[in-house]
Ligand binder design. Sequence first.
Ligand code: PMV
Length: 325
Amino acid sequence: MVTASAPGKVYLFGEHAVVYGEPAVPCAVERRAEVTVEERTEGLRVHAEDLTLDGFTVEFGNGDHPDVDAPETMVEAGMGYVSEAVAQARDAAGVEEVGFEVSIESAIPLGAGLGSSAAVTVAAIEAATRELGVELDPEEIADRAYRVEHEVQDGQASRADTFCSAMGGAVRVEGDDCRTIDGVDDLPFLIGYDGGAGDTGALVAGVRDLRDEYGFAADTVTAIGDLVREGEDALVDGDLERLGQLMDVNHGLLSALGVSARSLDAMVWAAREAGAHGAKLTGAGGGGCIVALDPTDAPLTALDYTPDCEESFRAALASEGVRVE
Ligand code: PMV
């Protein structure tokens, strides 16, 4: 039996524009998904606790219909990642006929812009390959996890979430070019969560339509890329003030592309008015989480008093990516 964990992430800059080949800077945060894998003779049995508000257990036999105790959409979402992740592990180990018992515990809200599916996928690949006696380096885990997301999300995934979760720290992703950014010690991230989730596919499609229809929307995507390049310098300099200013601008540009929401705007403004250096939505948008930058707890208190905010918490930069527990 092997347990592995992997961190979630926030987008410091660059979501959506990354889909069009612009650079993005996701940062791993200390909210982890933990996956335990035990080999068994056949089939796949998955038990998930805290994957959303309710846990579920699914048992797959050989060719049987799954025996399920949770709503189907939730199960489909969770199972897709896990069954593709264990398929990657079987492939890496060169074995076909092996079953697994998988348990998932995740402290990362689902579909809320914090990279929950990537963290579960990365941790599952690490735990399942080690259970089969194979040790992969984090880059290979990232690559295999990307293939899982690509498969489950119908080719809509970027490498950002999976690379960041596998490697930890701050990373830079531009198309297939993924690198870690050295010299970033910590960043005082605060998260506000509205309790909901955005529909990533629909939001990405919305930006695509806008970009196809209007030149200025295409320019907005390009402007996000320019902003990310400025942000990288501020990150290396540790200039929180400039990072915050650029986060504010990034949020404005994402709003212009139609991917913010009333709840996200309310949380962004609450954090800013409480003195945060900057605040923006993180991930696909439409609902879910915002990320603010501030070493004090004042924005957390302000978020707690914001009706749209269900939960707020501090999330340090996770310098460690995937690891065996
Ligand atoms: O909501 P998340 O964390 O899955 O992020 C989506 C980010 C997008 O840029 C909108 C899409 C992508 O795959 O990069």
